[in-house]
Design a protein around this ligand. Structure first.
Ligand code: PLP
Length: 364
């Protein structure tokens, strides 16, 4: 099945197993608990922290799209990443992309490290650097590609080759490209993470997170962390994500084609000194000639919304220096090019000329 078909039809079978009405949309099982038919019996559902049909349906859709053995849904993307970190023990080392989502850096530096796990940040797009960073204590390589906000790419298949037979989990945060454009598991990753808040739900109306594992053993480990720590996705939010995914393919096509046009247009503007766009997806960042120009754009945009987050139908503009990356130490932030002249755009599905007009007007 092609991904656009999977988006629409993926988990029909799993949802229809539990009910027989023929409902085309997945029903919302808004229940905390499930009654047992008799002593020692279970319907397969006991308590919604452990399993819920609406949530399972959504997990199956995301797992099918990523080609994994199983998926787990969480309340947010950060809850999903925190759950994956529970797979490690004191003394373990994790190598991570240095240009990560700010929230992941906050989690690693404040919580993961406190649990005795060392994090080594490196430029994972540099394979020699990855090779040099691997030690006998390395238990995982955590990759974000393209990175946020500098859009650097890491070759997951090449990193997998470097790992070889070592017992190192290759984890990829695939929020930016989505399973419609890229499948990390097919390139050698063991675990894929999503902030479902972004493209999967796609409408800036819900928070969600997903972990998809390549093997069922790994999926079971994540499931145990999920039911034990409890940051699960609610049935209603699972319904919204499943509904959002039905249009993932057409939203990605439209926002990607808009992003290509906007990147081209930005390159021709005298006030723009650099455009970072990896030629795929719908995220881009750009550098303005002065700090004033950057702040002017934020003040003057009307159609484009000055807001954190990404991946929805609305075009959003963010200021990484004070928003997503405000907690990254200044020297580190500046060394990566995340300065006061950098703006990040999550391109939506509006008409490209309308988005361009709004940017042009704000740059005057
Ligand atoms: C937003 C985001 C997260 C965190 O997800 P939340 O749903 O906001 O908790 C993690 N990784 C990336 C790449 C993100 O963009």
């Amino acid at each position: 099945m092609k991904p656009e078909t999977t988006c629409v039809h993926a988990a029909k079978s799993t949802a229809n197993k539990s009910h027989t009405t023929g409902a085309v949309a997945v029903p919302i099982f808004q229940t905390a608990t499930f009654a047992h038919p008799g002593f020692g019996q279970s319907t397969g559902y006991d308590y919604s922290r452990t399993q819920n049909p609406t949530v399972e349906h959504c997990e199956a859709v995301v797992a099918a799209l990523e080609g994994g053995a199983g998926g787990a849904a969480f309340a947010t993307g950060m809850a999903a990443i925190a759950a994956v970190m529970e797979l490690f023990r004191p003394g373990d080392e994790i190598i991570a992309t240095d240009d990560l989502y700010g929230g992941s850096i906050r989690l690693f530096n404040n919580i993961t490290v406190k649990n005795g796990i060392a994090i080594k940040y490196i430029d994972t797009s540099d394979l020699a650097a990855v090779k040099a960073a691997i030690t006998p204590a390395t238990k995982a390589i955590f990759i974000e590609t393209p990175t946020n906000p500098m859009m650097k790419l890491t070759d997951i298949a090449a990193v997998k080759k470097l790992i070889g037979e070592r017992d190192i989990l290759l984890i990829s945060d695939n929020t930016f490209l989505t399973p419609y454009l890229f499948n990390p598991l097919a390139h050698g990753a063991d675990v894929v993470i999503h902030s479902g808040t972004k493209y999967l739900s796609g409408h800036n109306d819900t928070l969600a997170g997903f972990v998809v594992a390549k093997t069922s053993e790994l999926a079971e480990k994540i499931h145990i962390v999920k039911k034990t720590t409890g940051a699960v996705l609610s049935p209603f939010d699972a319904f919204l994500v499943t509904r959002g995914i039905k249009t993932l393919a057409i939203r990605m096509e439209k926002s990607q084609s808009n992003a290509r046009k906007i990147a081209e247009w930005l390159k021709s503007q005298h006030r723009i000194t650099a455009v970072h766009y990896p030629e795929m997806g719908a995220m881009l960042s750009f550098t303005t000639d002065t700090v004033e120009t950057a702040q002017d754009i934020l003040n003057k945009v009307e159609l484009i919304l000055y807001a954190e987050s990404l991946g929805g139908v609305e075009t959003l503009i963010t200021y990484p220096a004070t928003q997503t990356h405000s907690e990254v130490p200044e020297a580190e932030r500046l060394s990566r090019g995340i300065d006061e002249k950098l703006l990040r755009l999550s391109v939506g599905i509006e008409a490209a000329p309308d988005i361009i007009n709004d940017l042009e007007r704000s740059m005057l």
